[in-house]
Design a protein around this ligand. Structure first.
Ligand code: GUN
Ligand code: ZN
Length: 679
C-alpha cells in the first residue's frame, strides 16, 4: 500500500510526503536517471550537491549485464549504486520500444521479481509502450496487454512499491479505461507512459489531454509519475496536471551534443555568446572557455549545468505550490514556446477539473499574466458560484459598474455603494463588471475579487470572457431597467459588447446615477444591508437558502473598515468574517446554527467512533479515521465534523477534498477550529 500524504494543494498539484524503505521524500520531485555501471555523477552527489532526493535506474540493463546483475543480487541495487537514498527502477519497456526488441526479450514477471530481489524501493511493471502513430486498435491491444501484465505483477511485488503504468496513446478514452482499471489493482504509484515521443515533438497539448484523462480516474493517494519528463521548461505545467514524480535522462543526453537546458527552452552552445544562467557552472566559466575545453570536460560541465537548472526549477515549483501560484509560474513558462502556450490553454479549458481540486479560502493575490488569467480556477469558481447561488434575481434597477483598471476596487464607487446600502434588492442591485466577469456587490470582499491586479489595457480574449460571463449573470437577473455607470473611457468596448444584447441606460457621473436612482432609495439602514450581504454569503459559501434565522442575529462591523466582523446571537459569537477571504468561519455554536439552517450533506465529515473523542477535544480529524465525506466537498471549505451517529463534534477547515479524505491513510483531513465545549 502506497504511503503518500498530501500536505498542500494548488489546483491539481500537491506537495506530498512519499515514504519509501530508504527514506521519505517531498514531492513533486525529479529523479535523475542513473545509467547503471557508468554513472558520471554519483547518486550521493546528486543529493548533496544538486539537491535531488531520489534516483531512478534501469533494471533491464542491470539484469542483462553479468557483473551488474551479480552485484545487484548480492549487494542490492543500493549497493550497486553506492547510494542509501530511495531508488526507483524501470523495467525495460522503453528499451523494448526504442530498439524494437522482440516480445520474448524480457519476461514481464521475471523483471518484476528481479526488481524486488535487488531491493528496489519502487519497481515498474513491463508495460507496453505504444508508438504515437500506431492506430487505435494497436493502442487498445497494448493497453490490455499492459493491464494483464499489471494484474499478474501485483502478487509478485513483496515489500517493494510497484508502479502500474497508464498507457493509451493519444486516445483519452483509452487512457481513462487504462487508469480506471489500474486503480482497481494494488499499485503504489501510477506513471503516465508513452509520452516521450509526444514531448520530443513538442506535442505538449496532447500530453496535457492524456494526463488529465488519466488523472480523472487515478486514486488521489498514489503519486503520479510522468515518465521521461524532465525538461525544466515543461515541469511547472506538468506539475499543474497533478504529476508528483518526474525522471529524466535528458540532462546527460542533451549534454552529449552540447545542448543546455533552460526554463525558457534548449540552447546550443555554438549559438551562445554569453552563458545566460546563474548556476555555479555558468558563474565560474565563460562561454569562450567552455567552447574551448575538450569534449569530455565540456560534456560534464553542461551536464552539471542541466542538473542545477532542473533542480532549481523543482524548488521553484514546490514554492509556487506552497504560495498557491503554480499556474502563474506555468503561465510564465508557457511564454517560452507556442506549443507550451497551447498546452496551457488545453489545461485551462478543463478549469472544471482543476476547480474541483483547488482549495477554497486561499488568500493569494492574482496578477494578470495574459489572456489565460481570467480562466484560472479561482475565477471559474467565482463565476460558477455566482451563477448558482446569488439569491437576488428580481429587481427594479440594476446598476452595472465597470472596473477595468488596476485601481483598488471598492474605493472607486462610494456613491453607488452608499446607494445600494440604502435600498433593498427588490429595488436596486449593483453589479461590478470586472476583467474576470460580473460580480454582484454583495460579493465585493470575497476572494479573489479584491486581490486581483489587472492592467488598464485588456486583451481581446479577456474582454470576450468578461462579456460572456457578464451576459450570463445579467440575463439571470430580471430587471425593469439596467443602468450603465459609464465612468472611464476604456470601458466603452464593454458597453458596446454588452449593449448588443441588453438594453442599458448609460449615465456618466455619480451625480446622475444618484439622481436617477434616488427615487428607489428607501432609507434602509445598516442592519438591512448587512443581512442582505450575509444572505448572499450563506448561499455562496454553504448553499444555504433558508436564512430566516439571520433576523435574530447581531452583526458587528469593524470600526476601522466598516466591514462585517462578527455575527453574534446574544453574547455568543456565531461567525467571524475573515478579512482576507471575505468568507465566514463558524464557532461551534455557529456550526449548530448551520445545521439548524439545513446545511447540505456536502459540508459534513463523519469520523469513526475511535477518533470521535479526540476530535471532540479539538484534535485534528485524520484522514484514516474519516468514515464519510461528500465527493463534492472541496479542500479548504468550512465543515462540521460528526461522529458516526451524526452528533456534531467540532467545526473546522477541510484540508483535503471529500474524495481524498476517503482514500488517504495519512495526514490531516480537517483541522479543527472549535470543538464541543466540555460539559
Ligand atoms: N520510460 C519512458 N516512457 C516509459 C513508459 O511508457 N513505460 C515505462 N515503463 N518506462 C518509460
Ligand atoms: Zn548554468
Amino acid at each position: 500500500m502506497s504511503d503518500f500524504e498530501i500536505k498542500t494543494k494548488d489546483g491539481l498539484a500537491r506537495i506530498g510526503k512519499f515514504r519509501t524503505r530508504h527514506g521519505t521524500v517531498t514531492t513533486p520531485l525529479l529523479m535523475p536517471v542513473i545509467h547503471p555501471g557508468r554513472s558520471e555523477i554519483a547518486p550521493a552527489e546528486l543529493v548533496s550537491e544538486f539537491g535531488f532526493q531520489m534516483v531512478i535506474t534501469n533494471s533491464y540493463i542491470i539484469s542483462r549485464r553479468e557483473e551488474l546483475r551479480e552485484t545487484a543480487l548480492k549487494r542490492g541495487v543500493h549497493g550497486l549504486l553506492d547510494f542509501e537514498g530511495p531508488v526507483m527502477t524501470d523495467s525495460g519497456t522503453f528499451q523494448m520500444y526504442f530498439h524494437d526488441l522482440p516480445s520474448e526479450e524480457i519476461d514481464p514477471l521475471e523483471i518484476v521479481r528481479f526488481q524486488r530481489d535487488i531491493g528496489s524501493d519502487v519497481g515498474t511493471i513491463l508495460d507496453v509502450f505504444s508508438a504515437p502513430d500506431v492506430g487505435r486498435q494497436q493502442v487498445e491491444h497494448d493497453v490490455l496487454t499492459s493491464l494483464k501484465r499489471g494484474e499478474m505483477s501485483v502478487p509478485e511485488k513483496g515489500d517493494m512499491l510497484l508502479a502500474g503504468t497508464v498507457q493509451g496513446g493519444v486516445y483519452t478514452d483509452l487512457r481513462e479505461m487504462s487508469a480506471r482499471r489500474l486503480a482497481q489493482l494494488d499499485f503504489d504509484v501510477h506513471p503516465i507512459g508513452g509520452v516521450v515521443p509526444l514531448m520530443e515533438q513538442y506535442r505538449y497539448s496532447d500530453v496535457v489531454r492524456v494526463t488529465l484523462a488519466a488523472k480523472r480516474h487515478l486514486p488521489p493517494d498514489r503519486p503520479v509519475h510522468l515518465f521521461g519528463c524532465g525538461h525544466p521548461m515543461f515541469l511547472a505545467l506538468a506539475t499543474a496536471l497533478g504529476c508528483d514524480l518526474f525522471d529524466s535522462a535528458s540532462y546527460a543526453k542533451f549534454a552529449d551534443d552540447d545542448r543546455l537546458m533552460l526554463t525558457s527552452g534548449t540552447v546550443h552552445l555554438k549559438d551562445l555568446r554569453e552563458l545566460p544562467c546563474d548556476c555555479p557552472v555558468c558563474s565560474s566559466t565563460t562561454v569562450e572557455e567552455l567552447k574551448r575545453t575538450n569534449k569530455s570536460e565540456r560534456r560534464s560541465a553542461i551536464m552539471r549545468h542541466n542538473l542545477y537548472v532542473t533542480s532549481a526549477e523543482m524548488r521553484r515549483i514546490r514554492q509556487a505550490i506552497a504560495e498557491g501560484e503554480l499556474l502563474q509560474l506555468a503561465s510564465a513558462r508557457a511564454r517560452s514556446h507556442p506549443s507550451l502556450y497551447d498546452a496551457l490553454q488545453t489545461l485551462l479549458h478543463r478549469a472544471d477539473q482543476i476547480e474541483r481540486s483547488h482549495p477554497v479560502g486561499t488568500t493569494t493575490s492574482v496578477f494578470y499574466t495574459g489572456p489565460e488569467t481570467a480562466h484560472l480556477p479561482v475565477y471559474y469558481r467565482l463565476h460558477d458560484r455566482i451563477m448558482t447561488s446569488y439569491p437576488y434575481r428580481r429587481t427594479e434597477t440594476v446598476i452595472v459598474v465597470p472596473h477595468l483598471a488596476d485601481t483598488p476596487f471598492a474605493e472607486t464607487t462610494p456613491t453607488v455603494v452608499d446607494l445600494v446600502k440604502r435600498t433593498t434588492p427588490e429595488r436596486l442591485i449593483v453589479v461590478y463588471l470586472t476583467p474576470f466577469g460580473a460580480v454582484p456587490w454583495e460579493f465585493e470582499h470575497v476572494h479573489p475579487v479584491q486581490q486581483s491586479v489587472f492592467p488598464r489595457y485588456l486583451d481581446a480574449d479577456t474582454l470576450n470572457t468578461v462579456r460572456e460571463r457578464a451576459l450570463e449573470v445579467l440575463t439571470t437577473i430580471e430587471a425593469d431597467e439596467v443602468v450603465w455607470f459609464a465612468r472611464s473611457a476604456p470601458t466603452q468596448v464593454l458597453f458596446e459588447a454588452v449593449s448588443e444584447v441588453l438594453t442599458m441606460t448609460p449615465l456618466e457621473t455619480a451625480a446622475e446615477v444618484t439622481e436617477h436612482v434616488t427615487k428607489t432609495a428607501s432609507g434602509v439602514r445598516h442592519r438591512a444591508w448587512t443581512l442582505r450581504k450575509l444572505r448572499a454569503l450563506f448561499t455562496y459559501q454553504w448553499g444555504i437558502s433558508d436564512t430566516g434565522r439571520l433576523e435574530q442575529w447581531n452583526v458587528e462591523l469593524s470600526r476601522a473598515t466598516g466591514k462585517i466582523r462578527y455575527i453574534r446571537e446574544g453574547e455568543d459569537i456565531l461567525f467571524t468574517m475573515m478579512p482576507m477571504t471575505g468568507l465566514l468561519i463558524p464557532t461551534y455554536e455557529g456550526g449548530l446554527a448551520l445545521e439548524d439552517m439545513g446545511l447540505p450533506e456536502r459540508y459534513y465529515v463523519a469520523v469513526n467512533d475511535e477518533a470521535a473523542p479526540f476530535v471532540a477535544e479539538g484534535r485534528s480529524a485524520l484522514a484514516k479515521f474519516v468514515k464519510n465525506a461528500s465527493p463534492e466537498l472541496r479542500a479548504g471549505e468550512e465543515v462540521l465534523v460528526t461522529d458516526e451517529g451524526g452528533t456534531i463534534l467540532a467545526v473546522g477547515r477541510a484540508l483535503l477534498t471529500g474524495e481524498e479524505m476517503l482514500t488517504l491513510d495519512r495526514g490531516v483531513a480537517v483541522t479543527i477550529r472549535h470543538s464541543q465545549p466540555s460539559q
